[in-house]
Design a protein around this ligand. Structure first.
Ligand SMILES: [Zn+2]
Length: 252
């Protein structure tokens, strides 16, 4: 068991939330009961996830995609009203960690994807504005690009979209979980063989072809399942909490 205050303080420090300028508040977003015995983790604080947490009588929910995004409608109506009502009526806290959870060196989404795909991390992909936009690294041994697609498919349980535009065998790879397709140009600058993210946009295919780099769109949801899960396990161990990761599947 842990107090909500300690859980929040510890997690904020662990994920170094102060280092990030983000599009949403990181940390405690909705306050519930003072003492936390059980937590539920999930990728997104959707109504389906809240309903499971409520059925399981969880004290707190931790997610990667929470609420209160920059430029969203400020009014508490419709879907947002229903979600907040579920949390407040049942005294369930919501903690959300966006960019700090992508970037964390051990339990972060990018680090966890590397672990799953057997990638050794060499450095971060950084934009001109000095924001971290992903990671790059290498495979122990070069593999055929098509074989690597099948590896992604089997590990993430998803038929990933492969723009087959680079060398036959790949070794140096960049990646950024979620909607990081726009950062493919950083991978090009770094002269990598391939770049992986969650989604694909129309221009991504042209950039890949014209720069001669493979692009794998492995699923926004699928690439971001692992950070929050690892965070939940870490907290459960540290504070002796019951923890369940709930995968509300998403085709995106
Ligand atoms: Zn995301």
């Amino acid at each position: 068991m842990v107090t909500l205050q300690e859980l929040t303080q510890y997690t904020n420090t662990f994920l170094q939330v102060d280092r990030f300028r983000d599009y949403c508040p990181n940390g405690l977003q909705v306050e519930g009961v003072d003492h936390v015995h059980s937590i539920i983790t999930g990728v997104t604080a959707s109504q389906a996830l809240l309903d499971v947490a409520n059925d399981q009588q969880a004290d707190a929910i931790l997610v990667h995609h929470g609420y209160f995004w920059k430029n969203e409608d400020l009014r508490i109506v419709g879907i947002k009203r229903k979600r907040l009502a579920t949390l407040l009526r049942n005294n369930i806290s919501l903690l959300a960690y966006h960019l700090p959870l992508d970037a964390h060196a051990e339990i972060g989404n990018n680090a966890q994807l590397a672990r799953l795909l057997g990638l050794q991390i060499d450095g971060v992909l950084q934009s001109a504005a000095q924001t971290v936009c992903g990671t790059y690294g290498h495979l122990k041994q070069a593999v055929p690009a098509e074989k690597f697609k099948r590896l992604i498919d089997s590990i993430l349980q998803r038929n990933c979209t492969h723009v087959n535009a680079g060398p036959a065998n790949i070794e140096n790879i960049g990646w950024c979980t979620g909607a990081g397709q726009g950062f493919i140009e950083l991978a090009v600058e770094q002269k990598l063989d391939a770049y992986i993210s969650g989604e694909i946009s129309e221009p991504t295919a042209h950039v890949a072809r014209e720069a001669g780099i493979h692009y794998y769109a492995a699923g926004h949801h699928a690439t971001e399942r692992y950070g929050i899960q690892a965070l939940g396990e870490h907290l459960a161990q540290k504070y002796d909490l019951s923890h369940q990761f709930v995968d509300i599947d998403n085709p995106a």
